[in-house]
Design a protein around this ligand. Sequence first.
Ligand code: PRX
Length: 650
Amino acid sequence: MTDEKAISVLLKEKRSYPPPPAFAKTALVSGPGARARLQAEAARSPEKFWGQAARRLEWFKPWRKTLVWRAPHAKWFVGGRINVAHNCLDRHLDGPARHKAALIWEGETGETRTLTYLQLHREVGLFANALKSLGVAKGDRVAIYLPMVPEAAVAMLACARIGAVHSVVFGGFSAEALRDRLNDAGAKVVVTADGGWRKGTVVRLKDAVDEAVAGAPSVTAVVVLKRTGTDVTIRDGRDHWWHRLTAKVSPDCPAEKLDSEHPLFILYTSGSTGRPKGVLHTTGGYLVQTAWTTRHVFDLRETDVYWCTADVGWVTGHSYVVYGPLACGATALMYEGAPTHPRPDRFWEIIERHRVSVFYTAPTAIRAFMRLGDEWPAKRDLSSLRLLGTVGEPINPEAWRWYRETIGRKRCPIVDTWWQTETGAIMISPLPGATAAKPGSATLPLPGIDAAVVDAAGRPVPLGQGGYLVVRRPWPSMLRTIWGDDARFRQQYWSQIPGMYFTGDGARRDKDGCFWILGRIDDVLNVAGHRLSTMEIESALVGHAAVAEAAVVGRPDELMGQAVAAFVTLKGGRAPTPELKDELREHVAKAIGAIARPADVRFTDALPKTRSGKIMRRLLREIAAGGAVRGDVTTLEDFTILAKLQKDED
Ligand code: PRX
């Protein structure tokens, strides 16, 4: 890149985009002054601020105390009684939302279904009673392994209604990954489907469940939704068809009056060890913050058709497909299949067909669409869009601008939202009518959120300097613990920087105080917005009979942000063949899921290690990225390895 070009990229990156005046005029929070006032008010008393937000929900019993904080454990809205499903459904039935579309669903094969709030309420009541008929009681864990169909939301809300704790497992995870999650949570029931549609083929979910449940003794029943009509085996006594079960019960199921801190769900995510961790979220605080952020970050209106493209298997699907939008009485769109099936304009076609006005997706998807060419969105009427959002990974300014110009047609503000499975809801984001957006920056912490960039001792670093991204005060939708492993919760998040929640991300702030996320600084990869642990992939690799040792690092990937690069040493006698590379890739996909399949597998005689035996990942990252190894290598034990690794690049 010439100097001139580099400078113009830098300048462009520094450009900021104030909210379009027409948008700002009618926005919920309008103008930077309004945000600053809200921010100042919330900073003076976060508890008062969140208390006000909580009063927008319906409580069976008011809370006594907004926050009890015994670090690192927080309790929000203590003594309050509330039900998430009641707030997402029943509360809307007395007003004009009664017959409003709650969910508009489109299947990959083209069929559509609309469920009004009243209809969704009935489905949830039926399924809640169905769960009860299987012996599910308050506090029991229910695993949900479904495609993106309305029943996924129904199953989640049914659990919430009776106080069962759901653990949604992404349908792309393997049987082995599902089994581990069932066992860790001690799940009593699994809710699945015969299959789901993806890129024109059937994903055989029930087969994976059969394999997983064979190794999960806590599971006593499996509910099977008929979706694809695929042949499946139904085991008498254990397996039940969804439609038969719900035909036998009443739709009337009172919502349990749950304690504000009653567990709502467990969601497994990758950490820096080989074992996924069950992030636990509870009821009152979680709903307060998801509802507040949905309303304000997306500037949500009664008339919006809101579409978040995430799968319910991820936290974004929990907070911004199901709970946030329904708590706000919005119309949420749900799409089952692949973004480019049967043609590259499927997403734009959906926006056109359903007149979507708010659209929330991942940078990886945006980059993929960018590559497919402007002719696809150009053919579609996208004039219904008024707001765009991104989540899950840093967005490169080029993709940001493409999104703004080609999809938003320069009319729509973009909200780049930073948050995590652990934070439960959006933490750092523009408010679209108030904050000037900067391509690549999530801008400012939301009111009531005390995020900062600090050094290892917890001292704020000067503006412009990189540091650790932390949150210094508890927030309502924060994770409460790691399911069954509070020691890991303390160690992982609260031990690295004294007295603060450590996010695992690096960040810097610019002169305006805007946050720029620099990515993970632990052993967690972000591949296409999905979190993967290098150790988890390594342990899958060493589980293969031919592998002696493995090291996994991320390397930059234009499309997916990062790609998985594996370095493998083989056991004596095993030949490093191309077939074995493919076999190892498949092995990882089977152990974890297709998203973890390594992009590169390189065989090596040995891994670069320090004298104390630690694998030098930094070197591997540099080699995987295809560049020369530049940094300090004085601690490297055997220099010949480095030379070989570099030479073997293919
Ligand atoms: O590294 C950050 C990145 O995704 C991580 C959280 O991943 P997960 O728990 O799977 O949740 C993803 C959806 C909320 C973060 O630690 N990340 C998330 N959003 C952004 C981001 N990086 C940059 N910009 C974002 N907007």
